[in-house]
Ligand binder design. Structure first.
Ligand code: TYD
Ligand code: MG
Length: 462
């Protein structure tokens, strides 16, 4: 039990947030080395209530909690407000829920501040909103708002990094929405650790989460992403917040994709698509064909229909297969899972009779988008084959389907919707799993549907 007056400390892994009572060289949870640092878990003034109780804010104020039958719990309907940006609403699950804390992650320069400033300006017309900047000066924020042509009248901004000061201001101004840009700059005076350290980020975020829950204020936290792809510092932030959105995109491309990675109030993997221009981020409400490279059919390219979230999307998978000078040839997957590529190449060898063991294999999804569903299996292998043979796939062909370890082609969800999307965009042939093909015949509108059951069949048709 914690003694009052003495701060409880622990050693916390900076990668995964696992806690230990003693220091050790390697984190037992995630296996990372030298990532443990000593963290003050809570301020010394906390008193004797159990830690969890104090965190949830009921300690000492009301009766201790009682077990309740769920049927007796009065349900409160979620109040959602539109952010004024349709694609952002879509990713949030239909608007921003009151009291929700949303972490927006992404590489530096991807457009997080721009997106949130635009959303804030739209929402500020309806509810009081506050933009807290810890990275840029007020002049920079104002300058950007002017350049983006945003109405400045209702935009309240605060250049501050101390959580106590932010909450003090919030308690007076009572905004319904707070954007904290970025969470890595926040610090709380109850901890002695340096700003930016695991414990500071964690405790500061926890205080904002508590404030959000107590007052029903919606909070956007901006977070930087490490080179490993996690939100920098403690992954614990992902557990504390209601939703985690990742902003992705290729540096060369003007398209940006916002993806729900976790969402307590909506579907995950929902995508919002934006284009960055000189007037900031513009929504792309009908993004189906923007991820095609537009180049004429080339060897090593295969178009697939993915279904991320609730709408189908045409994306192009490119492969380059080249004789390797290395004894251990490279397998590089960009926008796809690396291990899955290795597995697919093994299936290609074993069940398709095509060996790439002495070749480097690079696979890339065009447009900086990330495809996480197994429907990409078949397109990946067709692209690899096409590059290996140096022959393009037949013109206007799409493919999708999961490839199993025994060489079978498995169906994927929403086959008909994918075929419809391909037909709408003028594709003529589709190589798809048998169970996804329309029952009536081998045609779907103008689309010739080639139903395959085995990998060998699919390779033959390509
Ligand atoms: P920013 O929102 O500052 O990124 P983040 O907060 O994620 O670090 O976006 C900065 C980039 O966006 C910068 O490279 C310039 C570009 N940009 C435009 O192309 N057009 C614009 O209207 C704005 C405001 C930014
Ligand atoms: Mg920024």
């Amino acid at each position: 039990m914690t003694k009052p007056g003495r701060a409880r400390t622990a050693f916390v892994c900076g990668e995964c947030g696992a806690e230990y009572s003693k220091w050790q060289g390697q984190c037992g949870e995630c296996g990372a080395w030298n990532t443990l640092s000593q963290v003050v878990l809570e301020p010394a003034s906390g008193g004797g209530a159990p830690a969890a109780a104090r965190r949830s804010g009921w300690a000492g104020k009301v009766d201790p909690p009682r077990v309740t039958a769920l049927k007796d719990v009065t349900q409160v309907a979620e109040v959602r407000m539109s952010t004024g940006i349709g694609e952002l609403d879509r990713v949030l699950g239909g608007g921003l829920v009151e009291g929700a804390v949303v972490l927006v992650g992404g590489d530096p320069g991807i457009g997080k501040s721009t997106l949130l400033l635009q959303a804030l300006a739209k929402m500020a017309a309806q509810v009081p909103a506050l933009y807290v900047t810890g990275e840029e000066s007020l002049a920079q924020v104002a300058g950007r708002a002017v350049r983006l042509g945003l109405p400045l009248d209702n935009l309240q901004a605060l250049a501050e990094t101390g959580v106590e000061a932010i909450l003090h201001h919030a308690a007076q101004a009572r905004p319904r929405l707070i954007v904290a840009d970025s969470v890595q700059t926040l610090w709380t005076e109850t901890l002695t650790a340096a700003p930016g350290s695991v414990s500071q980020v964690r405790e500061s975020a926890a205080r904002l989460v508590r404030y959000a829950k107590e007052t029903g204020t919606a909070v956007f936290l901006v977070g930087h992403v490490t080179k490993e792809g996690g939100i920098a510092g403690p992954r614990v932030l992902e557990h504390m917040v209601d939703a985690v959105l990742y902003f992705e995109g290729e540096s060369g491309s003007r398209f940006r994709v916002l993806r729900a990675f976790k969402n307590r109030f909506g579907a995950v993997n929902e995508l919002g698509v934006f284009a960055m221009g000189d007037k900031g981020l513009k929504e792309v409400p009908n993004p189906s064909a923007i991820f095609l490279s537009g180049s004429a059919r080339q060897p090593g390219s295969c178009v697939m229909v993915t279904r991320e979230g609730t709408r189908p999307l045409l994306v192009e998978v490119q492969a380059l297969v080249d004789a390797s000078p290395l004894s251990n040839p490279r397998r590089v997957a960009v926008g796809l899972e690396q291990n899955r590529l290795a597995m697919l190449l093994a299936v290609l060898h074993r069940h398709g009779g095509i060996a790439v063991g002495d070749q480097d294999v690079f696979v890339n999804v065009v447009g900086g988008i990330r495809v996480q569903e197994t429907a990409a299996d078949l397109p990946v292998l067709l692209a690899v084959l096409s590059s290996l043979r140096d022959r393009p796939l037949p013109d206007k062909t799409i493919a999708f389907g999961e490839v199993g370890l025994s060489g079978e082609i498995r169906p994927v969800p929403n086959g008909e919707e994918r075929l419809r999307e391909a037909a709408t965009h003028g594709f003529r042939r589709a190589i798809v799993p048998k169970a996804n093909a329309p029952r009536g015949g081998a045609k779907y509108k103008d689309l010739e549907v080639i139903a395959v059951e085995r990998l060998a069949d699919a390779l033959e048709h390509a």
